[in-house]
Each structure stands twice: as structure tokens, then as C-alpha cells.
Write a new protein. Structure first.
Length: 363
């Protein structure tokens, strides 16, 4: 590109009028790039869209001209022309939850590897109006697919206000046959935890559940009770927390006053941390007097005192399968409604042990 060409382009770009004096100039166009590169606008368009049929020498001339002029392709216009936006929307109930954050991280990483961006809309409060508003915003932002990380009671009472072509996959809910669901095997993990404690000789297992409105907490609670009844064991009174260590601590103080409590299954590791603190303060030794099992296997679980026995969730796998499902749908493959369950595994550490001899086998 000669100095004369550059000067001419600058004059064209600023319009040669008073607007240039105000520091405003028009956007460099595809025609500008074509003129500098010595090719047609159609060739510039093909290079912008990554057409492999363009001769390498020509492609490089176009790319050099784009760089020299500061040309930026209009990705929105190209998306409209293609009919897709290469974007996956995610609506999530909470960014404070370990599971949600780790699942979201996996979704973003997998989407990026597939050439998709992720648009995140966190809900400030779990209301139906907020859910409807999130669907509307995603429609306006133009996405190809949506991953919903939300509770079942909101999903069941809300109809997604999205265009028919937008694909939907759900995490942590029960969508029936409307959408495909990817989730951890909540019930299988809870049963494994309860059976582990019963096999250690404990007469029964107490349970600190999560919030009543939580799908995951509900599944774990159901499995806890079912596992006890299958073995003909007494079902102790249910305690309920809100996923926080503080609520676990309050429940732990109550459990410490129960002389027959020798085993506790806690619905998440954060509450289990609070339970451990309360038992320690009340002089109930773990695991010599009371065994404790958590759920999640957060990174800190191995550093609890004592290190926590817990159910490991593969949050990364959940995220990967969500992206896999939406990409298959976008390719036109059939993805049936129903649920894909990601297996859990019990990680045994030092917070569980055989039941004290004087209470073993009692019912």
C-alpha cells in the first residue's frame, strides 16, 4: 500500500468534512480492505468467514490489509447470514455454590474448544419473574442453545420464552420429557454414603438435609430414608440446613445432644464442616464416637479435621455432557428427553469408623 493510497483512504474514512475535526471517522469497510488488498469484496468476505478455498497468498494479502486498516469483521451480521450465533446461554441460580461454579467452568471450557462463546445470566433471586426475564434476555442476546442450572419448582412453572430453534439442556432438575437433563446420580451417591455407615456397624444414620426447595437435597433425602427402611433400620428425625457451614454448626449442636447419634450423613461438605466443629466443641469425638459423611468432595474436604469422608461429584463431567448434548442437537441429531446421570464415588477418609462397641447393632 503506497503513501498515496493511505492518504486517499484516510480522506475517504473521515469523509473530508468537519466530522474529522471532532475526531470522528467512519468504520473501515470491506470495500476498503478489498481495494488495498487488490481483491474483490467477495474474496474479503470469504477470508472473513474462513473459507478454505481461498489461495493462501491471497488470504495473506487480505489479512495484512485488515491489520493495516484496523478492519474488524461484523460478527453479528455474519451470524445472521449463517443463521447461527456460535453462543450458548447459561442461566444459573447461584454463583456461590461449589457445584454450580465448577459445572459452569467446564461448560465454558468445552464450549470454547468447540468454537462457542458462553453468555451467563445469574439469577439474583429464585423467582418466576426473574426466570422469565432471563429467558427474554437470552432471546434478545441471540443464542443457539441454553443450559439451565436451576431448581425443579421454577422450571416446572415456567415456560421458556425462547424461539423454537434454541436447544435446551437442564442441570439439577427433573424436566420430564421436555428437555434433556444432565445431572449427578444424587440418589446413588446418598445410598452409598448410608450403606457405608451401616456396614461400619452403626444402628442407624442421622441426616442433615439441604434446603427444602432444592432438587439435589430432595433426591439425597429420599435415598437416605429409603436405604434405612430397606435395611429395617429406624429413621431418625430429619434436620435441615441451608448448605452453609453456619447451618451445619447449628444442626451439629443438636446432634451432639443425641446420645444415640453415632453416624451422620450430611447433604454437602460445607454443612459437614459446621457439624464437625459443633461435635468438637461439645466433646463428641469424630470418628471415635460419631462418624460423619459429606457430599460433593470439595477441594478442602481432605483438609478438614479429621479429613472428611464424602461422596465425590464429577462436576466437570456434568458440564462436558451438557455441551455435548447441545452440540449434538445443533448438528441435527436427536437428543431425547430424559436424564443422563453422572456416577458418583465414595471417598473414604478419616471421619468415619466402626461404631462404638456399646452401641453397635442397637435399633
Amino acid at each position: 500500500m503506497t503513501e498515496k493510497d493511505t492518504a486517499a483512504l484516510a480522506k475517504t474514512a473521515d469523509g473530508g468534512d468537519r466530522r474529522a475535526a471532532k475526531g470522528r471517522q467512519r468504520r473501515v469497510s470491506m470495500a476498503d480492505v478489498a481495494r488495498v488488498a487488490g481483491v474483490s469484496s467477495q474474496t474479503v468476505s470469504r477470508v472473513s468467514n474462513g473459507d478454505p478455498a481461498v489461495i493462501e497468498n491471497t488470504r495473506q494479502r487480505v489479512l495484512d490489509a485488515m491489520k493495516e486498516l484496523g478492519y474488524r469483521p461484523n460478527s453479528a451480521a455474519r451470524a445472521l447470514k449463517r443463521g447461527d450465533f456460535r453462543t450458548i446461554g447459561v442461566i444459573t441460580m447461584s454463583l456461590s455454590s461449589t457445584g454450580n461454579v465448577r459445572t459452569l467452568e467446564a461448560i465454558a471450557s468445552c464450549a470454547s474448544r468447540a468454537g462457542y462463546a458462553v453468555t451467563l445470566i445469574p439469577l439474583d433471586a429464585p423467582t418466576q419473574d426473574n426466570v422469565r426475564g432471563a429467558f427474554t434476555r437470552l432471546d434478545e442476546l441471540a443464542v443457539d442453545a441454553v443450559v439451565l442450572i436451576m431448581e425443579v419448582h421454577l422450571l416446572d412453572t415456567t415456560s421458556p420464552a425462547l424461539p423454537p430453534h434454541v436447544k435446551v439442556v437442564v442441570v439439577d432438575s427433573d424436566a420430564g420429557d421436555r428437555f434433556h437433563v444432565v445431572d449427578t446420580d444424587q440418589q446413588g451417591g446418598a445410598r452409598t454414603a448410608v450403606r457405608h455407615l451401616l456396614e461400619l456397624g452403626h444402628a442407624t444414620v442421622w441426616h442433615l438435609a439441604g434446603p427444602e426447595e432444592s432438587f439435589a437435597a430432595g433426591r439425597r433425602e429420599v435415598a437416605w430414608e429409603a436405604a434405612l427402611r430397606e435395611e429395617g433400620r429406624e429413621v431418625p428425625p430429619l434436620l435441615r440446613g441451608d448448605w452453609t457451614p453456619e447451618s451445619g454448626y447449628e444442626a451439629g449442636l443438636r446432634l451432639a445432644e443425641e446420645p444415640d447419634c453415632t453416624a451422620v450423613f450430611v447433604a454437602n461438605d460445607q454443612m459437614a464442616l459446621g457439624v464437625l466443629r459443633a461435635l468438637h466443641e461439645r466433646g463428641r469425638r469424630v470418628p471415635e464416637e460419631v462418624s460423619v459423611v459429606g457430599f460433593d468432595d470439595i477441594a478442602e474436604a481432605a483438609s478438614f479435621i479429621p479429613p472428611l469422608t464424602t461422596v465425590h461429584q464429577d462436576f466437570a463431567k456434568v458440564g462436558e455432557l451438557c455441551v455435548d448434548a447441545v452440540l449434538r442437537e445443533l448438528r441435527g441429531e436427536t437428543v431425547e428427553g430424559g436424564t443422563t446421570l453422572v456416577p458418583t464415588r465414595l471417598v473414604v477418609r478419616r471421619s468415619t469408623a466402626a461404631c462404638p462397641p456399646d452401641t453397635a447393632g442397637k435399633r
